[in-house]
Design a protein around this ligand. Structure first.
Ligand code: XMP
Length: 511
């Protein structure tokens, strides 16, 4: 285990992901975590992340000197590096020239363990306004840049390393190698944390925990709940019941795809209950145009249906959820950055289901790891690499009133868009893309006839965290082809727009 101590930096989760890419398991904890607790976890190494503060200011996040005296290797990154120097007797000051962006780093100590197999001149991502003006006693400078005398420093005897730049971001060309040198070379981690082992161990743990109990899972067809279903099914078979509510606001053919994988003819052993609630939703949504009202109806109806099904099943021992590690960190339980996504869980915790305990088999995994686990379990790729899809589904991609006809239009347009994006090889490049149906009808001409039809909006964004985003640059030919196909193949559409708005001010979804 490696512990990542979070000082509020924007790349905190990235640090943990990179460490795990070295097949070393790590967890994120806030800098406020008690040192005793950290000692108890007996980590092989500690990494201090970056953060927005200046370590010499009063009230800035800090750590005790003892952290560096436990004999556990410590790597400080950016703020973490400055803090290490500050706490151990070096000096940190505001820099005259703050560095931002790709910077050439010159390695002074090529024999440093940190720089094993790293080039002597290497490109790194700098982002700092303070700098280390004086290293702490016992340290030596191991790399510098034109503007920064201490790009890295180390006290090799004590296994303490400080890096001013950000090895965790991909712009640092050899960053992963440096992190791997630290966790494998300095900390001596085995590097044997692999997904197949995770899957096997988790299956064992689930069996032990559940015994002969019954587990209920709401399966949405999204990546997380699908992988949770796969794991639970492999562990306990028919003791697992999955309720899949088809609310008629799914993407084209999605309901049947989910049933194909998890239903009676699929590859998993479990009780699969599909509730075809399409009409029920359309009835409830008839005449409703206000976005929040729509969201509320969709969420509440889901609860009602799940409740009805749960009643039929009776008391269960466990309620399973597809919570993943970023959910844990973002809800303030793991790291330091408390970004709370309130609207992202349809309905919240169901108090209407009679269960004793929650079980969350994916709680320790990042999204890319969940996907790897999914592949390991034999869940088809199209499901594992599925686009993020909001709980209220197409309900918030149809502006204004939702009707069965509008659902058909947006499903067909979206299917064409996704097909063409995949054909152009852009599907894993763009973080989220979909078609939405605007509430606008306009006049057009088709053949010799006047049309008065809907306009479809295409959305595609690049984003790291979905909190901010930019419109993706899709080649014009691809957009043109999508437009042509939608106009010709989807009845009821006579115009296609591409949405260039970034977030903020736009959101990714339309409602
Ligand atoms: P916005 O529209 O807020 O979306 O920029 C950010 C990300 O969150 C997804 N999203 C949701 N996911 N339930 C969900 O599970 C929701 O109600 C919801 N609303 C937005 C959206 O698809 C995007 O990935």
């Amino acid at each position: 285990l490696v512990i990542v101590i979070d000082f509020g930096g924007q790349y905190n989760q990235l640090v943990a992901r990179r460490v795990r890419e070295c097949n070393v398991y790590c967890e994120i904890y806030s800098y406020k975590t008690d040192l005793e607790k950290i000692k108890e976890m007996n980590p092989k190494g500690i990494i201090l992340t970056g953060g927005p503060n200046s370590c010499y200011e009063e009230g800035a996040p800090t750590c005790s000197k003892e952290l560096f005296e436990m004999g556990i290797p410590v790597l400080g990154l950016c703020y973490g590096a400055q803090l290490m120097m500050h706490v151990l007797g070096g000096k940190v000051e505001k820099a005259e020239v703050s560095e931002y962006g790709k910077t050439e780093v010159l390695v002074d100590k090529t024999e440093s363990k940190l720089f094993k197999d790293v080039s002597e001149k290497t490109i790194c991502w700098m982002s700092h306004t303070d700098y280390i003006s004086q290293i702490a006693p016992g340290f030596e400078i191991s790399a510098h840049t034109a503007d920064c005398p201490v790009a890295t420093a180390e006290n090799a005897d004590k296994n303490l390393y400080a890096i001013q730049f950000h090895p965790e971001v991909l712009h640092t060309a050899e960053g992963t190698k440096m992190l791997s040198n630290f966790v494998l070379g300095v900390c001596g981690c085995a590097g044997d944390w692999k997904m197949d082992a995770f899957v096997e161990n988790t299956i064992k743990e689930i069996r032990e925990k559940v015994g002969d109990g019954k587990v209920l899972l709401a399966l949405s067809g999204g990546v997380d709940s699908s992988v949770a279903a796969g794991l639970l099914s492999r562990a306990i078979g028919k003791q697992l019941t999955c309720v899949f509510v088809d609310h008629g606001l799914l993407r084209k053919d999605e309901g049947d795809e989910v049933e194909g994988v998890f239903g009676p003819n699929g590859q998993f052993d479990l009780n699969f209950i599909r509730v075809n609630a399409q009409q029920r939703y359309y009835d409830k949504l008839a005449g409703v145009t206000e976005p929040e009202a729509k969201r509320k109806i969709i969420g509440e109806e889901f609860i009602r249906i799940f409740e009805e099904e749960a009643k039929k099943i009776g008391a269960v021992d466990f309620l399973a959820q597809g919570t993943i590690y970023p959910d844990v960190v973002e809800s303030g339980l793991g790291g330091e950055s408390a970004v709370i996504k309130s609207h992202h869980n349809v309905g919240g915790l169901p108090d209407y289901v009679d269960f004793k305990e929650i079980i969350e088999p994916l709680r320790d995994l990042f999204k890319d790891e969940v996907r790897k686990a999914g592949l390991e379990l034999g869940i088809p790729e199209n499901l594992v690499f599925r686009q993020p899809f909001p709980g209220p589904g197409l309900g918030i991609r149809i502006i204004g009133e939702v009707t069965a006809e509008k659902v058909r239009i947006v499903q067909d347009a979206d299917a064409i868009y996704r097909e063409e994006i995949a054909k152009a090889g852009l599907d894993r490049d763009i973080n989220q893309y979909f078609a939405a149906l605007t509430n606008m009808r306009s006049v057009g001409v088709m053949g010799d006839f006047r049309t008065y039809d809907y306009a479809v909006a295409l959305r595609a964004v690049k984003t790291i965290d979905f909190m901010t985003a930019e419109a993706a640059e899709i080649p014009y030919e691809v957009l043109n082809k999508v437009m042509n196909r939608i106009i010709n193949e989807v009845k009821g559409v006579n115009r296609v727009f591409y949405d260039l708005t970034s977030k903020p001010p736009g959101t990714i979804e339309f409602e």
